[in-house]
Write a protein that binds this ligand. Structure first.
Ligand SMILES: O=C(O)CCC(=O)C(=O)O
Length: 391
């Protein structure tokens, strides 16, 4: 019996199997709520200058501190979000053999995964995921719908259509957020980041965290930073997302109409290390299943490949030539080579690398600022140095 089966079957058993149990040091409770602003996007999306200024100020403070904020009045239809959850439930309720038929193959980022049991044998996350790509293509092909049909079959065409709409809406919102982030950073041209992301291939991941009889022994998602640029997450009302700030875990309050936005490593690099990509995790619940929908906005592959001069930020911030991504990507690739734990590296885009590789790197350079390396906060590194199965 593999761990995927175990996850399905051991939900009802009184004891969690050993390979799902995390060492004590990972399991410290969160006692405080994260001070993350709730940013009302209504005025910004309508072009109101004062509202834009206020929103960008809140975002700037949050991103300098920990990189997490919530957005409301974001323009995403709540019915669409509800529909996406319904479709996701249908997928996770499929019989195991059906889910196994779309199992993530080695080196692929796409498909079903039960507890990442195909990659690891200990500290397994108490969750199952279904991941797929989203990008805008010239032929206007419905990539998500086609992915669903080709993997799950024609019965799932409608689910694909729903997630196509969901991803399109998230991408559009993500693009608007890149502008607001640019404004908040004081970048002269608010459209500056847009170009990097417009043609990028984003990652959509549905997370399902089953109930667990011994929730204090496991983690739904292990501690990790997102290697991508901007994450837009909808969590249901159960709660479980936690962020590591000031050496402590903090809860992130679920708000039904809000999306949680956080900065990933690539945007941290793009902001020249100013905005934080912060360690986070998800805990599970004894009585309630928890679900979340994560959309990871990624830059276009060749925009982060070595030699792209336009990545220099000196024009933007008016400081000495900085940057970053060339070195960043080279560094990440070195780590990948050394530790050989890459889940996937699409062309030049470091879309996903195992945070476990960070375990052996005491000071992972993220960006060069005025000729010096900007490093992750030490406290963050200390924790991430124990990271095992992150996502
Ligand atoms: O489910 C959550 O709240 C967090 C999920 C997450 O961090 C991820 O999927 O990378």
């Amino acid at each position: 019996m593999d761990s995927c089966q175990l996850l399905c079957e051991f939900q009802i058993e009184p004891h969690v199997p050993k390979n799902f149990i995390w060492p004590k040091e990972y399991l410290e409770d969160a006692h405080e709520e994260l001070q993350a602003p709730i940013v009302d996007l209504d005025g910004y999306l309508k072009g109101n200058n004062e509202a834009t200024k206020n929103a960008s100020k809140l975002i700037n403070e949050a991103c300098l501190n920990h990189g997490f904020f919530q957005v409301i009045n974001h323009g995403i239809d709540m019915n669409l979000i509800a529909k996406a959850y319904d479709e996701m439930d249908t997928i996770f309720k499929l019989p195991l053999d059906r889910k196994m038929s779309v199992y993530k193959t080695h080196g692929s980022m796409w498909g079903y995964s039960g507890a990442h049991a195909h990659r690891f044998s200990s500290k397994l996350p108490w969750k199952e995921t279904f991941s797929f790509p989203y990008y805008v293509n010239n032929a206007l092909k419905p990539v998500v719908t086609n992915y669903f049909k080709s993997t799950l079959g024609d019965d799932f065409e409608q689910a694909g259509v729903t997630f196509e709409k969901y991803c399109k809406a998230m991408k559009e919102l993500g693009m608007m957020l890149t502008e607001l982030l640019a404004i908040s950073l004081g970048v002269k041209d608010p459209l500056h980041f847009r170009e990097l992301f417009e043609e990028g291939c984003s990652i959509m991941r549905c997370n399902n965290y089953p109930c667990c009889k011994q929730p204090s022994l496991v983690l739904g998602t292990g501690p990790h930073c997102d290697p991508t640029s901007i994450t837009l997450l909808h969590q249901d009302q159960v709660g479980g997302l936690q962020v590591f700030v000031d050496n402590k875990w903090h809860t992130v309050r679920p708000l039904p109409n809000a999306l949680v936005v956080n900065i990933g490593d690539t945007f941290m690099a793009l902001s020249n290390g100013r905005y934080k990509s912060c360690l986070h995790r998800a805990v599970v619940n004894k009585h309630k299943e928890r679900r979340s929908l994560a959309f990871f906005l990624c830059p276009k592959d060749d925009k982060v490949s070595p030699g792209v001069e336009s990545m220099a930020l000196n024009d933007i911030f008016g400081v000495e030539t900085i940057v970053i991504n060339v070195l960043n990507v080279m560094w990440m690739k070195e780590m990948m080579k050394i530790f050989n734990t890459v889940e996937a590296c699409r062309g030049g885009c470091v879309s996903r690398f195992d945070s476990r590789s960070l375990a052996h790197v005491p000071h992972a350079p993220t960006a060069r600022v005025n000729g010096r390396w900007a490093r992750r906060e030490k406290s963050v590194l200390d924790k991430s140095s124990h990271v095992a199965v992150a996502d």
